[in-house]
Design a protein around this ligand. Structure first.
Ligand code: MN
Length: 487
């Protein structure tokens, strides 16, 4: 993710003379350098667009550049937008229109017509906005004084979404096992996922994973156990069981490295040749930024990888999760999220413990897994469903809380949250929209980032917030269904 950059393209024209153009370019360079200090990716000043050819050339160059994850434009002066039309039509990268101006204040005594000609972003940005609207071109719009924190945050969030879109376009997920028998929501159109998101979702036999497991050497396993000791507490003496997870982890990583994959799925229904369901193994892989989906859920494995990429470097964590059970005490309604084993330790409140317990299903030996409580704080849960003909992303604002009870007999990682606007309305909306039981819980990525990402990928986005009202959402989904069928 670190190798991406964004291009800063500034609009002007020849009307005001060379001196103005020189000033525009100098300021463009200064702004890009200064903004880059706060943004998650470098903003590289590229050019001042003065002619249709300038716009066309830079947008085509951006489209073909592997490093460029998006273009940010701003019109310092008036920059007639017929000049930009062909360039913006050709642009195949995410685009964000920054509406700002170089100076903060109107200089009372000094303002004259020369100042007005140079500093007319208010004028130029409207012309620029029109062509975006006229082209029906998807774009981010960030507005604010460029030296201020809020607009920098807005640009930064958009950059994270755009970088995650670039990451998504090259994402490969390895499937060790098909979807769980009879389950509907984990299914989906993998060709649609390739076309919309760029995801390559290919199958590798569990037997090939077992062969890799056989090939793992003892020194590697010892090294992996040292890594476990550095990261986690051992609450078991059953080192052989833990070592078996290390073997599984090393083998899964080998196959992913070989296939240049950044995530995987498996299923407890096909562990042919394996003695344990990968628990600790999957958790420790997720901790390093990889996607994971249980029960063959490739959409959620890819989404976990994408959301992890989006939030990379931010405080907090991101994990695959599942709605398990509720506490319906009036006034204290909460949801308990967990999984059979596979929850990422990046969302843990403290240092996770390695424990070994039998598993009720799957017909295998008791697996080693990490047990921990999730950290409290604001978060988002997000899922992805295939509506037939289109993908729908559903996000809900939640507040993770310290678990309300100890649950000493629950041997899995667990997190508790209060969903917006309240548990019952939130569940009702989630169910109406067809939201899955599998989701990604993130205290790193924000709903604004997810919305920008969904817009860049051209998919439907449904957001359940503290202001969501069931009746309005119902109307919105009804109309949205018609609109998406027309596209
Ligand atoms: Mn599940």
């Amino acid at each position: 993710m670190n190798s991406y950059e964004f291009w800063f393209v500034v609009g002007s024209q020849f009307l005001y003379g060379q001196e103005v153009l020189d000033t525009v370019e100098a300021r463009g360079r200064e702004m890009a350098a200064d903004l880059s200090r706060d943004l998650p990716y470098p903003l590289v000043f590229k050019t001042v667009v003065k002619t249709p050819e300038d716009a066309d050339n830079i947008m085509r160059e951006a489209s073909h550049s592997a490093a460029c994850a998006g273009v940010i434009t701003w019109c310092h002066t008036f920059s007639p937008s017929k000049m930009w039309a062909a360039g913006l039509q050709a642009l195949q990268k995410p685009w964000c229109h920054l509406a700002t101006q170089y100076n903060r204040e109107i200089p009372d005594r000094e303002i004259d017509m020369d100042f007005m000609n140079l500093n007319q972003a208010a004028h130029g940005d409207r012309e620029h906005g029109f062509i975006g609207a006229r082209l029906r071109r998807q774009r981010g719009i960030a507005v604010g004084y460029w030296r201020d924190a809020p607009v920098r945050r807005e640009l930064g969030d958009w950059m994270r979404a755009a970088a995650a879109a670039a990451f998504s376009r090259s994402l490969r997920i390895v499937r060790f096992g098909d979807n769980m028998r009879q389950v509907a929501v984990t299914e989906g159109d993998k060709v649609e996922a390739l076309l919309k998101f760029g995801w390559h979702i290919d199958y590798w036999p569990v037997g090939s994973l077992c062969e890799e497991m056989e090939a793992v050497g003892d020194p590697e396993i010892r090294e992996k156990l040292d890594e476990y000791r550095a990261r986690y507490d051992f609450a078991t003496d059953d080192l052989e069981t833990v070592a078996y997870q290390a073997r599984e982890e090393l083998a899964i990583r080998r196959v992913m490295a070989r296939e240049q994959a950044h995530g995987f799925v498996n299923t407890f229904q096909d562990l042919y040749g394996m003695r344990q369901l990968p628990g600790l193994a999957s958790q420790n892989i997720m901790a390093d930024g990889y996607g994971y989906g249980a029960e063959g859920d490739w959409k959620l494995s890819a989404l976990t990888a994408v959301v992890k990429a989006m939030g990379e470097g931010l405080p907090g964590g991101t994990s695959f999760i599942e709605d398990y059970t509720y506490d319906l005490t009036p006034g204290k309604e909460t949801a308990l999220g967990a999984h059979m084993l596979e929850v990422c330790p990046s969302i843990a409140a403290g240092r996770p413990r390695i424990e070994v317990h039998p598993l009720g299903i799957g017909d295998r030996e008791p697996p080693a897994r990490l047990v921990f409580e999730g950290a409290p704080g604001s978060a988002v849960v997000v899922t992805l469903v295939d509506m037939g003909g289109r993908m729908r992303m559903i996000a809900q604002d939640v507040e993770c809380i310290r678990p309300i009870c100890e649950m000493p007999n629950l041997p899995v990682a667990r997190v508790m949250w209060k969903g917006a606007p309240d548990l019952y309305t939130g569940v009702k909306c989630w169910i109406l929209a067809g939201g899955a039981h599998h989701s990604v819980l993130s205290t790193q990525a924000t709903p604004a980032m997810l919305e920008s990402w969904a817009e860049i990928m051209d998919i439907e986005f449904v957001h359940i917030t503290k202001n969501t009202d069931f009746a309005s959402l119902k109307d919105k989904l009804f109309l949205s269904d018609l609109v998406w069928k027309l596209r």
